[in-house]
Design a protein around this ligand. Sequence first.
Ligand SMILES: Cc1cc2nc3c(=O)[nH]c(=O)nc-3n(C[C@H](O)[C@H](O)[C@H](O)COP(=O)(O)OP(=O)(O)OC[C@H]3O[C@@H](n4cnc5c(N)ncnc54)[C@H](O)[C@@H]3O)c2cc1C
Length: 465
Amino acid sequence: MRDAVVHQLLQALGSKKVSTDAADLAATSHDTWPVATTWAKLGRHPHAGDVLVRATGEQDVVDVLAIASSASTPVTVRALGSSVTGQPIPVRGGIVLDVSGLPHTCQVDDVDLTVTVSASYNGGALEDELAARGLTLGHSPQSLYRSSVGGWLATLATGQFSSLYGGIEDLVVGYRVVLATGEAIDLRARPRAAMGPDLRQLFLGSEGTLGIITSVTLKVFRAPEVRLVETFAVPTVGAGLAIMREQVQSGLRPFLSRFYDADEARHAMADPDVTTPVMFVGAQGAAGAAALEMSALRRIAEDHGATSLGEAGAGAWMDRRFDFSGVENLLATPGGYAETIEVAHTWRHIEAFYLDLKAALEPLADEVLGHFSHVYPQGTSLYVILLGRATDDEHALDRLTEIWRTAMRVGLENGAELSHHHGGGLARSPYARASLGDAHLLLRKLKGALDPAGILNPGKLGLLD
Ligand SMILES: Cc1cc2nc3c(=O)[nH]c(=O)nc-3n(C[C@H](O)[C@H](O)[C@H](O)COP(=O)(O)OP(=O)(O)OC[C@H]3O[C@@H](n4cnc5c(N)ncnc54)[C@H](O)[C@@H]3O)c2cc1C
C-alpha cells in the first residue's frame, strides 16, 4: 500500500517534492509540544509519517488528496510546526503534507483595509511588511515569527492584543479551503453576510481534520498614533481579577491587559525580588483618546488597591514579548521540563478554578506560574507555566504526562474550557468529547460529511478513525 501511494505521488508531483528519507520523516514527526520535543531529545519518533510531500501550489494539495482518498491513506498537514499540543503529529502515519512552501503571495487593499496572503505566509514577515505601510494585523501571538497565517486559522489562534482586536475568528474576512474530496471552496463575508450560517467558522480550529486552507484574507488596521503602557502592583489575585473584569465590562478597550500572580510576576518583571501580583495595562489610538482611556483604566485599578509602578515593567515586556527562551533553554537541559497550559472560565468561577489548578499542579514542578491575559466581558483565559528538573529525560516525560492528566482532570471538574487558544492536538484529543459534550456529535457528523474516508489528520479532536 505504502509503496503504491509513494509511486503515485512521485508520478503526480515529481521526486523533488516527495521524500521517504528517514531524516525528513523524523523531523516532521514532532512539533513544539514539550512532550514531542522530549521524544526528539530521547531520539524517539513514535509517530512518523511514511512519506513527506512538500506542496508548492494548490494543485499539489488537490493531487495529494485525490491519491490519499483513493488509497484511504492519512494526510497530516503541517505548516511551521509551532503547535504546542501535538496538532501536526502524524499519529496514523501516511502522508505528511508540508504546506510551508506554497508560493508567498501578498495583496494589500488599502481602501477596504484587508490583506490576502497564501496560507503559508510567516506571520512575522507579514506584520513587518504591513508595518512598513503604516498598517498592522492586530494579531500578535507570542509565536508571531514562527507561525503561519493558515496555521492561525486552523488552530483558532489568539494574540497578545486580543482584548482590543479579538482572536483570529474576529480578524478573518475569508479564505480558500480544499476539501478532502478535492473541491476548492472560497468562503467570504465582505464586510458581513447573512446568506445562511457563517460557513467561515467551520474550518477555524479544525486542526487540519476537515480541509486544507490555501489562502486567507485578513482585516488590517492603521497603526495607532500612540501606545501607552503602565505597570501596577496588585494586592491579591482576587483584586487583579476584579480590576480586569471592571475594565472590560465598563466598555474600555485596552490593547494590553495582562495580570500575573506573585509567582509569575518575578519572571514578568525580570526581578527576583518582586513579591506581589503585577498587572500590565495598555491603551492605544489617537494621542488624546489613549491618554483619557489610560486614566480611566488607572482609576479602576487604584479603586481596587493597585499602585502604579510606572511604565518600565510593561514597556520592557513589550520589547521582549516574543522571547520564549526561558522555556526552551530549560527544555534543552538534561531532565529539564517545561509546559504551558491555557484554559478559560467565566468571571464567576475563574478564581476558584485558578486556586484548584495551582494546588493540583504544584507537586508536579519546581515552579508553577499563573497569568490571565485574554479578557472578555464574560470571563478570561488562565495560562499556567510549569518549570521543573527531573533526574533524566525519561522522568521528565513522566512528569509532563502527569501534568496534562492533572490539568485536564481539574479543568473538567471545574466546568472550565479545556483550551483557550493552543487547541486540542494529541495532548487534549482524549478529552475532546468530555469537553465538547453533545457538540462533539456535531463535529463527528461534520467530519463524516466533509471527510468521508477519514483521511485528514486522524487521531485528533477525539475523532475516531
Ligand atoms: C513560543 C510559542 C508561543 C506561542 N504563542 C501562541 C499565542 O500567543 N497564541 C496562539 O494562539 N498560539 C500560540 N502558539 C501556538 C502556535 O504558534 C499556534 O497554534 C499557530 O497558530 C500554529 O501555526 P503553524 O503555522 O506553526 O501550524 P502547525 O503547528 O504546523 O500546525 C498546527 C495545526 O494546524 C493545521 N494546519 C496548519 N496549516 C494548515 C492549513 N493551511 N490548512 C489546514 N490545516 C492547517 C495542522 O494540521 C495542525 O493541526 C505558540 C507556540 C509557541 C511555540
